[in-house]
Design a protein around this ligand. Sequence first.
Ligand code: PMP
Length: 365
Amino acid sequence: MIDNFKKLVRPNIQKLQPYESARRIGGQHGDVLLNANESPIFTPFELKKKIFNRYPECQPSDLISSYSEYAGVLPEQILATRGADEGIELLIKAFCDPGKDSIIYCPPTYDMYKINAKIAGITIKEVPSIKNTWQLDLFNIQLNLKNVKLLYICHPNNPTGNIISKGDLISLLEMTENRALIILDEAYIEFIPEKSMIFYLKKYSNLVILRTLSKAFALAGIRCGFILAHKEIIHILNKVISPYPISIPVSNIAIQSLSQRFIQIMKNRVSELNDNRIWLINELKQLSCVKKIFNSHTNYILVRFFMFEEIFNTFWKKGIILRKQNSKMNLEQCLRITIGTRAECFRVIQELKTFSAAFSKRGLA
Ligand code: PMP
């Protein structure tokens, strides 16, 4: 019986390797969770609404006006989504025809651009970013633009942690004007807000920005993100979004998080995590098991280790959960470490020190 159903599955889904989210890989294992780029610091919220018998507004107007005020863009330029992940998917749904259109993405980067394209049956053109600087390969992007409707660029990039050069982003926006949309994923932009391209929404109608409350706002659990774009693009996306994507509890908490008070708390949290990142990088520099540390402007760092597999496994057994990146293009021996509290960063360093000592003894470092 089950085999009969299997035959019904679309061939691209039969072949699909699903996204390995941190919770899918690790479940609830571990007590130091440094594998999902979540905030380790939280602020409790209280649900202000208690009655849920009615559907919510499709786009809760108070939420849209709160984000509009925070981001400085007009309400008609904003679409609220179930996390930035839903934004990635909606754009493909609205703009790409299977078997005809393509997307470009630049690995190593966030896997969901590729996975959503695969689910939708859209051709994927991979234009790897330049090794080690992780900047865009504009020359090869230009060569590959035929049939491309969407280009997904992660800024700052996950998992490498770098920002993309502003000059390159502007060249890309000009190169694709009137022919494709640049989807700039700013999920981590609050860790380096001065590099946001939000002001360019006015100038380039082909710029689309993805945002989320999951990272700096410490609200990964509520699933709330935003698409910022020209109002015509938002109008089109409104056609394909599900009828009630934002539940009442989600908008209630999201609106609170966008008040002046909570924005200040978010900024304090960002500066604490940025300090922890600097501390962690300085400590890592002194360890012999570390091969290379990539510069980061986010709440995670990418590190190439000697014997990374053993480090990952030992940490796992001790309940410190890191994220393997070695199967991604050009990231052999790399682990990604989310910036935790100072105590968690300290624990990482203490464990690595034991490792470094063992490596040195065995002559492996
Ligand atoms: N973009 C990037 C670059 C991410 O790292 C993530 C989360 N890992 C997302 C988007 C999705 O974020 P959200 O929780 O808002 O769906």
